[in-house]
Design a protein around this ligand. Structure first.
Ligand SMILES: *[C@@H]1O[C@H](CO)[C@@H](O)[C@H](O)[C@H]1NC(C)=O
Ligand SMILES: *[C@@H]1O[C@H](CO)[C@@H](O)[C@H](O)[C@H]1NC(C)=O
Ligand SMILES: *[C@@H]1O[C@H](CO)[C@@H](O)[C@H](O)[C@H]1NC(C)=O
Ligand SMILES: *[C@@H]1O[C@H](CO)[C@@H](O)[C@H](O)[C@H]1NC(C)=O
Length: 363
């Protein structure tokens, strides 16, 4: 045990808001001593052995951190502070005394000072999981958390609440409830990013609902017959993480034409539904369409029956756009695939974009 009760560490800490943003000033006149995995320092009070994995109460003189380590990993995120330390314990100790630090990277190989690089981070491996990389020369450590038990289902992101060793699940758009376990949406159409266009397919809504296997890289499926127009919602999620939600509506010409395509497999030709009522999506993530989505087509274009929901039947500022581009298409090999939901210009469907369409019944 090492004592923190050292006059050299005149530390004032204030818990400012519920986000636990800690505003503190520190006057460190010498390097902080190394700190143990679980360091309990006290002077006048008996410390309740709480469930908390990290406590930083420099006023009461109580600080300890319980860190979980993973070998050969590094969280590649903004570095709060880079240091040189003698060992991993010292690196974790540096994190503990930095009020914004919740994890760190420790380089196992020695640096030119015969020590080890120590990177203090404000992020954590749960909320920034996509930034975690395999690097054999590193060890990653983070404040132990109930998130380690992977409580969030269906792709939900676990957000640690360190102050009471708790967590919250941030659910993807298709899931709800505390652990994201309630999935109300069913996928009926998808095209995984980087799927090569299947040359034998000539209709992007060719198949009955239920035809596809969930492991297929694409599914040109339609809504099930049992779906009811005015009580069906559609959710679209693309590979740029734009998420739009629409409610079908038999009183809206555009929505109804989309329904006739997705449910009844019926064409809408050029200029048949153009500049009618707007069918605006709820934007759950990403940018809103630049122009009113008031025009729709589902028709053959250079050998592929394609979809275009946009502002004027001509490709630019579209939301749903897949199959072939339906305006500037010169028949080239390239302009087939999927366009992003948010198209701020005149992008054509092409390779590299992924999209999944889901439906749910409101009743
Ligand atoms: C880490 O280094 C400190 C000195 O900085 C030393 O007191 C401590 O015993 C070392 N811990 C381990 C686990 O080697
Ligand atoms: C932990 O704290 C958060 C934020 O104050 C609160 O929402 C949550 O209910 C607490 N959890 C437990 C288990 O006390
Ligand atoms: C779905 O695809 C997987 C992998 O190709 C296969 O094992 C499975 O039998 C398929 N399921 C159906 C219902 O076709
Ligand atoms: C259906 O569309 C019509 C015409 O755009 C609109 O007036 C009405 O509010 C919409 N109903 C719903 C439930 O969105």
């Amino acid at each position: 045990m090492q004592l923190l009760k050292d006059a050299a560490f005149a530390i004032r800490i204030a818990v400012a808001d519920p986000d636990f943003q800690r505003d503190f000033t520190m006057a460190l006149s010498k390097p902080f001593p190394s700190i143990f995995k679980v360091l309990v320092v006290c002077c006048f009070t008996i410390i309740p052995l709480s469930q908390q994995k990290i406590v930083r109460d420099f006023v009461k003189g109580v600080s300890y951190g319980n860190f979980a380590e993973t070998d050969n990993e590094r969280l590649n995120t903004n570095i709060l502070k880079s240091l040189s330390v003698r060992n991993l314990t010292e690196c974790e100790g540096k994190c503990l005394i930095n009020g914004n630090c919740f994890s760190g990277n420790y380089r196992k190989n020695k640096n030119q000072h015969g020590e080890h690089d120590c990177e203090l981070l404000a992020d954590n491996k749960f909320t920034s999981a996509q930034l975690m990389t395999v690097e054999n020369s590193f060890k990653h450590f983070s404040v132990a958390s109930t998130c380690d038990q992977i409580p969030c289902r269906n792709g939900g992101t676990c957000i640690p609440v360190y102050e009471n060793n708790s967590y919250a699940c941030q659910c993807p758009p298709i899931a709800e409830s505390k652990h994201c376990e309630e999935v109300q949406w069913t996928a009926f159409w998808w095209y995984d990013a980087n799927t090569a266009w299947p040359d034998w397919e000539e209709d992007v809504l060719k198949y009955d609902f239920g035809h596809c296997n969930s492991t297929d890289p694409y599914c040109f499926g339609r809504l099930p017959w049992s779906a009811v127009e005015d009580s069906t919602e559609m959710l679209a999620v693309d590979s740029e993480n734009t998420v739009y939600k629409w409610q079908f509506n038999s009183s809206n010409d555009v929505a109804h034409a989309v329904w006739r395509a997705f449910h009844d497999h019926q064409h809408t030709y050029y200029q048949e539904v153009v500049n009618r009522q707007e069918w605006a999506p709820d934007v759950l993530s990403g940018n809103s369409p630049e122009k009113a989505q008031d025009s729709f087509m589902y028709r053959d274009q250079n050998g592929i029956r394609s979809i275009l929901l946009d502002d004027d039947n001509c490709n630019c500022f579209s939301s749903l756009s897949f199959g072939r581009g339906m305006c500037y298409d010169d028949g080239s090999q390239y302009w087939k695939g999927v366009d992003t939901l948010y198209d701020p210009n005149c992008n054509m469907p092409g390779a590299g974009v992924g999209l999944t369409l889901y439906f749910r019944s409101l009743y």
